[in-house]
Design a protein around this ligand. Structure first.
Ligand code: ANZ
Ligand code: ZN
Length: 826
């Protein structure tokens, strides 16, 4: 075969690999295990370049580890519930299932055309009843352990999608999916108690040195632990107290007002029957429609109203007015805040607008104490010395903080308190295409869970798809049911689960995908978990990764598995860009994988994507780059072609190098240096781009060596086989084909990764730089192994040396063996 015909060889090998189950992960313990995982795709219809990049990266790792002797688990599946299928159903009147399965079939074919080494026997789809039955099982298991509850709450509502959203799905105040501004709605909803795990989710980030720092920072901020103090303000002429939460109790002498969230239950009691009632209620109504991001963003103007009531500062005894304001949230802390305009930005803005007093209570150390009452020009947040704070004056503010907290605890009007920003996870969705929540409402028994052995609760087919309505509520056959407890009439829950529920445990299912009675067996999950290398987009830094960590920890606590973190190492891959911006349909700058594979083959597509940038960086698409990779593979093809006949005979024979001349030795050295570099580039730093470029250099070196009149065929053969094996994880088809051309009948992907021959790295001759007084004069070849003294001697004996020293006296010779000699003259 003289032409590199990728369109023939790629399908040929793909078929062989799939039919022969070449990448099956065996449940066995002899070899060390390695679990390589890419975030599973949503079956939107077609693979895009981001997918190609993600899966190629993981495939290199999986293939490399396999060749290194690991028992590798490399599975794939489909995150296949979700809104787009339902929107397609509304638009084209095709059932979501049909749309989804069609897309899965298409994308599966595309994945197979890329030659990714999946164990297809472990494929899962979250919309399959065999899978969602266990998503429902998870719901019930968490419910049993008190981690699921139903609560009426003001929830994020997307009017366009007609569904509730989790906090995490609200981006800058708008629906993550359709960008419609999110409003608030009072609904009774199901929640997962992730807040029970807030502290451990935070602490255990320190157990993940293999995660990018930026992802851990994002999770820390999302969890948002803060240490503060709760303090009671007594309300004048009223039995209730206002409990505020503050992280700066040291500023409490600077309080000039207290603010309640408009929804705070005390507000109604304070204004009932007063002249303020009407205005306050109008204000509350206005706030209702707004979500907290819109309300609290720095750009939003602070707005508030006086309630007519006053309360007493327990430290100073001073009376301050009680206000309500948009920037105080009912769900955080106690829903009440003490306003300290001199030391808090938002309070400063508010006090300035409403002409409330601004009093400094901490001065910077370099501010003279006499200036303590000068007008406050800007808020001061740093540490300093207490002023205007009674008995605490003169103390450092941190010391005052402790003393004040002690006082509150001693006298019982407050306490130290840790708060988290993290809220419980709202998982109810008023949509059809998701796992039904396995609960019924019985007229006698109330809320009753479906027993786990009666799962799945199947999605019905007799539904109507209309915008703005939950299709499940249109199915009478679904809604009407009997109570599992008393057998009486009952109504099914019609909410389905957030699809993040499905993706919070899929990596566990891969360890035991055919299990019918449990989501996974203990043996299987303990054999394979945790995931040794997880790769995906940074857009999942918070949601999916936090929920998965929560699931793993909870399931460990329930006794189903051993590990306490699901993903040992995480790599967040960069974007694929064209003309500097991310490839996307809306920007119209998309290059389709199908097109590239059709034109150049999968190996070229993979090689380019891996060669063009390190995995975590953004990658700029380049047609010339693709061309270059294609030309390189053609060069490899021809190289083997020229060699193949003689090679056939020596395939698999032990190599006898005999006595090698210096060119042959240098060729071997190149080969083993490349093995060394590629091994460390792939294995320790995922520097696939530099690994590929060193393979390219080896190919060049071999072309040159072959031109030598006395080239040694064993040395050539070693170089050639090394090139193919090193290249195999990147370009699996062409290397497989050429391997068989070389006369081997087994797969290249079953070969052991090559070992570095240390002896081959030893150099016979090295070139050292000769300097005179630091100035470069010459390069000299010397035996590699000589000592510093010998090196000096050789240099002193060089006839040309006198030209450069020009009769001056040699005062010193500095030698760096193998590198450099500097002759110092005077
Ligand atoms: C007075 C004060 C003075 C505050 C000062 C800060 C600086 P983190 O760190 O996020 O926990 N706060 C408390 N509850 C709030 C709520 N429900 N809505 C809006 N703001 C709230 O922030 C805690 C700080 O945020 C608290 O400390 C409180 O303002 C405000 F110089 O109290 B601080
Ligand atoms: Zn009942």
């Amino acid at each position: 075969q003289d032409k590199y015909s990728f369109s023939e060889i790629e399908p040929k090998w793909q078929k062989k690999w799939i039919e022969g189950k070449a990448y099956k992960a065996e449940d066995q313990l002899e070899k060390p295990k390695f679990y390589a995982l890419a975030m599973f795709p949503y079956p939107s219809g077609n693979l895009h370049m981001g997918h190609v990049r993600n899966y190629s990266i993981v495939d290199v790792i999986a293939r490399f580890k396999r060749m290194q002797g690991y028992n590798v688990l490399h599975p794939i599946g489909w995150d296949s519930f979700g809104l787009p299928a339902e929107n397609a159903a509304i638009k084209h009147q095709t059932p979501p299932a049909e749309w989804t399965w069609k897309n899965i079939a298409n994308m599966k074919r595309q994945l197979q055309e890329m030659g990714i080494s999946y164990d297809w026997d472990r494929e899962v789809a979250t919309c399959h009843p065999d899978y969602y039955k266990f998503t429902q099982w998870m719901f019930l298991e968490f419910y049993k352990h008190g981690l699921v509850y139903k609560k009426k709450a003001a929830v994020n509502w997307c009017p366009s999608c007609a569904t509730v959203l989790a906090n995490e799905q609200v981006v800058d105040g708008a629906c993550e999916r359709c960008d419609t501004p999110v409003t608030k709605k009072d609904l009774s909803q199901w929640f997962f108690k992730i807040t029970d795990y807030a502290q451990v989710l935070l602490d255990d980030l320190d157990k993940l040195p293999g995660w990018p720092e930026k992802v851990k920072t994002m999770q820390r901020n999302w969890i948002g632990r803060s240490e503060g103090t709760e303090v009671d303000f007594t309300v004048e002429n009223h039995p209730d107290k206002i409990r505020v939460y503050t992280t700066r109790v040291d500023t409490i002498f600077g309080v000039s007002y207290v603010v309640l969230a408009p929804e705070h239950p005390l507000v109604q009691k304070l204004v009932a029957g007063t002249e303020y009632e009407k205005e306050v209620n109008a204000f509350i109504d206005k706030m209702k429609g707004l979500n907290e991001i819109a309300r609290t963003s720095n750009e939003t103007e602070k707005e508030g109203l006086f309630t007519g009531a006053y309360c007493i500062n327990p430290y100073s005894g001073k009376k301050v007015p009680i206000w309500i304001a948009n920037y105080v949230l009912v769900e955080y802390g106690t829903g009440a805040v003490m306003g300290v305009p001199a030391h808090d930005e938002r309070d400063f803005e508010f006090a300035t607008k409403y002409q409330l007093p601004i009093r400094r209570v901490i001065r910077p150390e370099n501010m003279p104490v006499e200036e303590k009452d000068l007008p406050v020009q800007e808020t001061y947040h740093d540490d300093g010395i207490m002023v205007n704070s009674g008995e605490y004056d003169g103390l450092g503010n941190r010391e005052a903080w402790e003393k004040m907290s002690d006082k509150a605890e001693r006298e019982g009007f407050g306490q130290r308190k840790v708060n988290f920003r993290l809220r419980d996870w709202l998982i109810s969705r008023q949509r059809y295409w998701g796992a039904p929540i396995p609960m019924v409402y019985c007229e006698h028994c109330g809320i009753v869970p479906i027993p786990q052995d009666q799962l799945p609760v199947m999605l019905p087919d007799d539904v109507v798809f209309k915008a703005g309505e939950n299709p499940l509520t249109t199915s009478e056959s679904f809604k009407e049911t009997t109570c599992p407890k008393c057998g009486g009439k009952a109504r099914r829950e019609t909410d389905t689960m957030d699809t993040f529920m499905c993706s919070s445990w899929y990596y566990l299912r891969y360890t035991d995908p055919q299990n019918n009675t449990l989501p996974f067996s203990k043996e299987a999950v303990d054999q394979w978990m945790n995931v040794d290398q997880y790769v995906g987009g940074v857009e999942h830094a918070i949601l999916h990764l936090l929920y998965s960590r929560f699931f793993t920890k909870a399931l460990r606590d329930f006794g189903y598995l051993k590990v306490d973190e699901p993903f040992e190492n995480l790599l967040t891959q960069g974007m694929v860009c064209l003309d500097g911006s991310k490839m996307s349909k809306s920007k119209g700058n998309v290059v389709s994988p199908e097109e590239i594979i059709g034109k150049y083959g999968a190996d070229t597509a993979r090689l380019f994507i891996l060669f063009a940038a390190p995995p975590e960086r953004d990658l700029e698409w380049s047609d010339q780059g693709v061309e270059g990779c294609f030309r390189f593979l053609n060069r490899v093809w021809r190289l083997v072609g020229q060699f193949a006949e003689s090679a056939q005979q020596s395939a698999g024979k032990t190599r006898e190098f005999g006595k090698l001349d210096s060119e042959a030795k240098e060729m071997r050295r190149q080969t083993h240096l490349t093995i060394q570099k590629v091994t460390s580039d792939i294995g320790t730093r995922f520097n696939f781009n530099t690994a590929v470029s060193s393979i390219m250099e080896l190919v060049n070196a071999l072309y040159l060596y072959k031109e030598q009149p006395k080239s040694n065929s064993e040395v050539e053969r070693e170089a050639l086989e090394s090139i193919l094996i090193l290249l195999a994880p990147f370009a699996p088809h062409i290397t497989e084909e050429l391997w068989s051309e070389l006369g081997y009948s087994d797969s290249i992907h079953q070969q052991a990764w090559p070992q570095v021959d240390e002896a081959a790295l030893v150099q016979d001759e090295v070139t050292v730089v000769l300097q005179v007084n630091g100035k470069l004069r010459d390069r000299v070849k010397v035996p590699a192994e000589i000592s510093a003294q010998e090196l000096e001697q050789i240099v002193r004996n060089l006839p040309k040396l006198s030209d450069w020293t020009q009769g001056k006296q040699i005062v010193k010779v500095i030698t760096v063996p193998g590198k450099l000699v500097n002759v110092v003259v005077k």
